[in-house]
Design a protein around this ligand. Structure first.
Ligand SMILES: [Zn+2]
Length: 239
């Protein structure tokens, strides 16, 4: 009769151990590592593309300056063309000066356009790298999405089991007397979650030590319903 409550206590402890395991599993689920792994790869990729992005911005900037210069030259060249052919300039000296300026501008424009071609050639591998990295990143992001979905599913399974185990625990705690429950809770807190241990022969299954002869004799004299503690570790012993 008295041993029944101790068996119930042992059953309660099994549930408490299971709850602790489930809480730990929730916090350290391997699916979390799988998510973190992809996140780290994405961060590495982003980091590796910083310099490439900077190069692209720098080349874009240089190209913009050259484009603006070409636009300015072209504007001036069409103004000159207009003046040369609209009859507004008649003096030979002035016409020659305009022709000289037009020739100089044409030369300058050719030079600028050569540099623009060089920049485009520099941009080509940079753009290819950016495209490749965008493809890789999209792939990683879809992997991340899948792994997050997997994690969510795994965690909700753990949550469901945890809720179920907690309900079982509440039911299992009901028949246990309050004072025994208080002792149990206190011991669980101080003894790493294991408050109750079976006595096998003279050995406590909690600490795997043998009871002293004195403690063993004293225990033998205790009534069946008395709470007996291991004299080595202090756990409640199930006789
Ligand atoms: Zn012990």
């Amino acid at each position: 009769m008295a041993t029944e409550v101790y068996e119930q206590l042992l059953g309660l402890q099994d549930l408490d151990v299971r709850i602790t395991q489930l809480v730990h599993r929730h916090a350290h689920h391997p699916a979390r590592d799988a998510v973190a792994e992809v996140e780290a790869t994405i961060a590495e990729l982003d980091q590796s593309m910083v310099a490439v992005n900077e190069t692209k911005l720098e080349l874009d900037g240089r190209q913009k300056v050259l484009d603006d210069e070409v636009a300015t030259i072209e504007k001036r060249r069409s103004e000159i063309d207009a003046k040369l052919y609209d009859g507004s300039v008649t003096a030979t000296k002035d016409l020659l000066a305009l022709q000289d300026e037009a020739a100089m501008l044409k030369e300058r424009q050719d030079g600028v356009e050569d540099v623009e071609i060089e920049i485009m050639e520099l941009l080509e591998p940079v753009l290819a790298q950016l495209d490749a990295s965008a493809v890789t990143k999209a792939d990683l992001e879809s992997q991340l999405e899948a792994r997050n979905a997997d994690l969510e599913q795994e965690l909700s399974a753990v949550d469901a089991e945890l809720a179920d185990t907690k309900a079982q625990r509440a039911a299992a705690a009901e028949p246990i007397p309050a004072d025994l429950m208080a002792t149990y809770d206190e011991l669980r807190n101080t003894l790493g979650g294991v408050a109750v241990a079976r006595l096998t022969g003279k050995t406590c299954d909690g600490c795997h030590m043998s009871l002293s002869a004195v403690a063993y004799d004293r225990m033998k004299k205790e009534p069946d319903d008395a709470v007996v503690h291991c004299d080595q570790c202090g756990r409640i012993l199930i006789r």
